[in-house]
Design a protein around this ligand. Structure first.
Ligand code: G3P
Ligand code: MG
Length: 242
């Protein structure tokens, strides 16, 4: 079972910041996950929420602020004073870091609330600029965006994210089409997901921070987990000789 550091090493560092990504890049993990939005001036930035309220000392929607405006805020001190001065990263900055490693980068398109016109094309262009077409997975809760990724570049790995349970998930996956299913922890042991695994669908599960849950997921054969605690999960997998 592969380990993805969720929003970077977000258990110990402020999520989706270079500090969290640099810490993740030092670990023997399979992948890292991050979330992207578009700024007012159409720049791709790495942040989870639609607003900067929770993870910075500023406020407002990402879509209403320019990159220059966003860069003025501190995205570290909400998590700990030692991280004060962390800036919001651009997607390029994060790709620049990981293109020098073998770590897969899961880019989650956060277009499930606001429409970010052209986000798929823009992300793919940046990925190509770093020659990382084989080193990324592009996922979203917005399955139209997942479908557009398949249409623009069928070779790039795409994945459909699910917050809730879905029936006939394998048929649905084919219809998008998506190469993998990223499912929420409470739905991972449902019959439809177990059937998907039996039918060789790649299933990855978020967000898994407890060993007890990792143990169950290892036994049912999920491909990977997203965790805020990558070192803890790496140790668990080492103990299982996996
Ligand atoms: O991509 C897996 C996971 O990050 C999806 O949920 O809300 O943490 O972005 P969220
Ligand atoms: Mg995410």
């Amino acid at each position: 079972m592969k380990i993805f550091a969720h929003r970077g090493y977000s258990g110990k560092y402020p999520e989706n910041t270079m500090a969290a990504f640099q810490a993740a890049a030092k670990l023997p993990i399979f992948g890292v996950e991050l979330d992207v939005h578009l700024t007012k001036d159409n720049q791709i930035v790495v942040i989870h929420d639609e607003t900067i309220n929770r993870t910075s000392n500023g406020s407002g929607f990402v879509k209403d602020l320019t990159l220059e405006e966003l860069r003025r805020y501190d995205f570290g001190s909400w998590f700990g004073e030692e991280f004060s001065g962390e800036k919001i990263p651009t997607l390029s900055e994060v790709l620049e870091l990981f293109c020098k490693t073998k770590i897969m980068v899961n880019i989650e398109l956060k277009s499930d609330i606001f429409v970010y016109a052209g986000l798929e094309e823009k992300v793919l262009r940046e990925v190509e600029a770093y020659g990382m077409e084989d080193q990324v997975i592009i996922s979203s809760f917005d399955h139209e965006a997942v479908r557009r990724i398949a249409h623009i570049d069928p070779n790039v790995e795409n994945a459909a994210l699910f917050a809730n349970m879905i029936l006939n998930v394998v048929n649905y996956q084919k219809e998008i089409p998506a190469k993998a299913l990223h499912v929420a922890l409470p739905t991972a042991v449902r019959k439809s997901v177990l059937e998907a695994i039996q039918q060789n669908s790649i299933v990855r599960v978020y967000t898994v921070n407890e060993i007890e849950h990792a143990e169950i997921l290892l036994n049912i054969g999920v491909d990977a987990i997203f965790t805020d605690e990558p070192e803890k999960m790496l140790n668990f997998m080492k103990q299982r000789n996996q």
